[in-house]
Design a protein around this ligand. Structure first.
Ligand code: BGC
Length: 247
């Protein structure tokens, strides 16, 4: 049974576990360390080093990151900070741990786990995974093939601001929105995404997917919505898969 370390670097936590990439099951305990603030490259790399050593792991590592990622390089700053822009995340983490890193966008990783072994199995056509947490992530698959770095959370909302700064789960908590209030916002987001991309299916992941019953009846979007199977572990699992694909 192949076990590969998957790490999910997020705006609030850095999570990691060994993953059996054939089944998608976690093969170790899942560790979570709060994301250091400020989330400088040095502080985050140090946290990743700590996580690797607590899991006593050596081998290829898959890591997902909450920015646009092209060839291992962060191409946006998003919720992490400006120091990350244009930084080779894979090289920075390899240098801190002495292990080979494969780095990809967090929503792309989550989508990959769901498409291969989760809620996306058997879904044809155009499938968009939406992860709702600190930001809003999105991953686009056509006939099972990932088209990386779709950034639907950065569609312009009112006043030209990124729609995720109005409809993410963090905003729900920070503004103390009721499920009705937040659900109406999220519904606007989904309708806009559907208008722009014409997906055949949405897969809903991230923290709010656990609370889908609180807002499902508020959604008017006609695209079928499937709740992610791997919930908050999808990023870890997809990241490990990406490392195995590359190996
Ligand atoms: C970033 C995306 C990321 C999403 C979820 C957004 O702010 O732009 O790249 O996937 O947050 O973390």
């Amino acid at each position: 049974m192949a076990q590969t370390l998957g790490i999910d670097i997020g705006g609030s936590g850095i999570k990691g576990a060994l993953v059996d990439t054939d089944s998608g099951e976690l093969a170790s305990e899942r560790l979570r360390i709060p994301t250091p603030r400020p989330a400088t490259p040095a502080a985050v790399a140090d946290t990743v080093r700590q996580l690797v050593s607590e899991l006593d792991y050596s081998g290829p590592v898959g890591c997902c990151f909450p920015t646009i990622v092209v060839d291992g390089v962060a191409k946006s700053a998003s919720n992490m900070g400006e120091e990350w822009r244009d930084l080779a995340v894979d090289e920075a983490l390899s240098a801190a741990t002495d292990l080979p890193f494969t780095v990809l966008n967090d929503a792309d990783a989550a989508g990959m786990a769901e498409m291969r072994l989760g809620a996306g199995v058997g879904l044809d056509g155009l499938v968009i995974t939406i992860t709702v947490g600190t930001g809003i992530g999105s991953a686009l698959f056509y006939q099972g093939q990932l088209i990386p770095n779709l950034e639907l959370g950065h569609m312009a909302g009112k006043g030209g601001i990124s729609i995720e700064t109005w409809a993410s789960d963090r905003v729900r908590k920070d503004e103390g929105l009721s499920w009705e209030e937040w659900g109406a916002r999220f519904d606007k987001f989904l309708n806009r995404a559907a208008r722009v991309c014409s997906p055949d299916h949405f897969i809903l992941g991230g923290g709010v997917s656990k609370k889908y019953d609180n807002f499902r009846d508020l959604l008017t979007v006609t695209t079928p919505i499937h709740v992610a199977r791997f919930r908050n572990n999808a990023g870890i699992i997809g990241a490990a898969m990406a490392a195995v694909d590359r190996d």
